[in-house]
Design a protein. Structure first.
Length: 233
């Protein structure tokens, strides 16, 4: 093409033709290489996440509604709905607890042990029987630290109340040869040790006939409490 034609073509907006025109190369697109290790790791994470969600759903689904204690209940006290609450927990099969829908079965019963707020209510902690039965009397006995058995005193435990001679009292030959007088009893409640003195007060149920005698022994300081054997002897 002559210079005159090139100038005319440039004036008309037509790009020049011929060897002088530079060819524009298309952009180079590089294909991404897929790494098998990254893919495997991604699949493993997805699988682990799914398993975690499944475990969480199973744990939530296995929660059980149980009864809880919401305020202090003394031994022998009748339970009311105000003493109890409900909680949903993952309950271990070895833990014995009263189910939430069984509230009606425990309301109106008596506490067989002292109940503390925040604890689960177990079936063995309530009883339909009065801890002091008909024909019995309750005798409170104060025990000094040296008189308290190493074995913890619990409600329902059988004991013997033993009459011992007063300190300084002279024993006759006849009295010394006989066994001390005893009264059978049953622990209803044992308090915590009093601050400073360490004295523990134990409420013991005896027969109505033996109650006044045991109270007299307590007042004169001639009573001792002895744990009975497991078979009650």
């Amino acid at each position: 093409m002559s210079r005159t034609k090139e100038r005319t073509a440039a004036a008309n907006g037509v790009p020049p033709q011929g060897p002088s025109a530079l060819a524009v190369a298309p952009p180079r697109v590089s294909a991404r290489r897929r790494r098998p290790g990254v893919i495997a790791l991604s699949l493993a994470l997805i699988a682990a996440g799914g398993a975690g969600v499944a475990v969480l759903l199973l744990q939530v689904g296995n929660r059980t509604e149980v009864l809880t204690v919401v305020r202090d209940v003394q031994v022998g006290q009748v339970l009311t709905e105000n003493d109890l609450g409900k909680a949903s927990i993952a309950l271990d099969p070895s833990v014995k607890a009263v189910r939430g829908d069984d509230m009606d079965s425990v309301v109106g019963k008596r506490a067989a042990v002292e109940l503390k707020p925040g604890s689960l209510l177990a079936p063995a902690q309530v009883t339909k029987d009065s801890l002091v039965k008909a024909g019995e009397q309750l005798v409170p006995i104060g025990l000094k630290p040296e008189q308290i058995p190493a074995t913890a005193l619990v409600p329902g435990q059988k004991v013997q109340l033993v009459h011992v001679p007063a300190q300084g009292q002279a024993d006759t030959d006849e009295e010394s040869s006989t066994e001390p007088e005893t009264i059978d009893g049953r622990v209803v409640k044992a308090s915590s040790a009093a601050p400073g003195t360490g004295i523990v007060v134990v409420d013991v149920a005896t027969t109505a006939k033996d109650g006044p005698k045991a109270a007299a022994w307590v007042s004169t300081g001639t009573l001792r409490l002895v744990l009975a054997a497991p078979d009650g002897t």
